[in-house]
Design a protein around this ligand. Structure first.
Ligand code: CO8
Length: 258
């Protein structure tokens, strides 16, 4: 993956650690970022050894938004296309079979916060700052921020953040449920790696199914989602199945051999 300019990726024991490296522009998300992220998602989705992905940023930002310099002169059609392009990338990220953890090191603003929200869950450093400042620029979010934010923090919190452009710190983000854990800055990557390692020791198919089913819960009614859960639950049983080995290992007081 050496032909990437903005994204550096290292794969260790099934954990892909991705760092956004454009610190001179606070990791602002430009076309090159989306090109590279699309290619990376394609590569990682076909790599069967990956169990978890982590995304963090270099420097004082996770990502300070879409690249304003690149957006400023766009026409209405170009603006809509730019938004759709980013939405597609973030949706592909969300649809990766394995969990994606956002390790939020600094500013996660606008498109940067939308990237964080497209991760499955988030851990933040005490230096992290979150916000959707688009209305300051006379814009709405364009990468599905208006859609994911209320799902994560509820309608009132979402509208408070979206209409006032208030920037919140990690503790406030924790209180709202936007992030799941807060750490000291120099502990962020260690903590994120620990979570990734914890997940990578579980049944791989079970984790992938849990991810898919839990996302479905946001999209379908209870009955439909429950039916789907029963089918996938059942698919983990039987000879040579992951579930059979996991349950057998419990009964034999040993670690599962997955
Ligand atoms: N785009 C382009 N460049 C940026 C961005 C950005 N989003 N953010 C920071 N930079 C650049 C600055 O221009 C500056 O460059 P230079 O050194 O060449 O002047 C460099 O990064 C460092 O930034 P600052 O000097 O401003 O750093 P400060 O520490 O003083 O301030 C802030 C940090 C508060 C984060 C400040 O940089 C800021 O307010 N940035 C903009 C935040 C913002 O408004 N983000 C939302 C952008 S809009 C968006 O994301 C919409 C997403 C959907 C798009 C859909 C398309 C249709």
């Amino acid at each position: 993956m050496s032909d990437f300019n903005i994204l550096s990726t290292e794969i260790r024991d099934g954990i892909a650690v991705v760092v956004i490296q454009r610190p001179e522009a606070l990791n602002a998300l430009n076309t090159l970022f989306f090109d590279e992220m699309d290619r990376l998602i394609e590569q990682l989705s076909s790599n069967k050894s990956i169990r978890v992905m982590l995304i963090t940023g270099e420097g004082k930002a996770y990502a300070a938004g879409a690249d304003i310099a690149e957006m400023v002169s766009k026409t209405a059609e170009e603006g809509a296309a730019f938004g759709r392009r980013g939405q597609k990338t973030f949706r592909s990220l969300e649809l990766l079979p394995f969990p994606v953890i956002g390790a939020i090191n600094g500013f996660a603003l606008g498109g940067g916060m939308e990237l964080a929200m497209a991760c499955d869950f988030r851990i933040a450093s005490t230096k992290a700052k979150f916000g959707q400042p688009e209305v300051n620029l006379g814009l709405t979010p364009g990468y599905a921020g208006t859609q994911r934010l209320p799902r994560l923090v509820g309608l009132g919190n979402a509208l408070y953040l979206l209409t006032t452009a208030t920037m919140i710190d990690a503790q406030e983000a924790l209180r709202m449920g936007l992030v799941q854990k807060v750490t000291e800055p120099d502990e962020l990557l260690n903590e994120a790696m620990k979570l990734a390692e914890t997940i990578s020791q579980k049944g791989k198919q079970a984790v992938e199914k849990v991810k898919m089913l839990t996302h479905k819960a946001m999209e379908v009614d209870l009955e439909t989602g429950s039916k789907l859960e029963a089918e996938h639950f059942g698919s983990l049983f039987g000879d040579n199945s992951e579930g059979r080995e996991g349950m057998q290992a419990f009964l034999e007081k040993r670690k599962p051999n997955w």
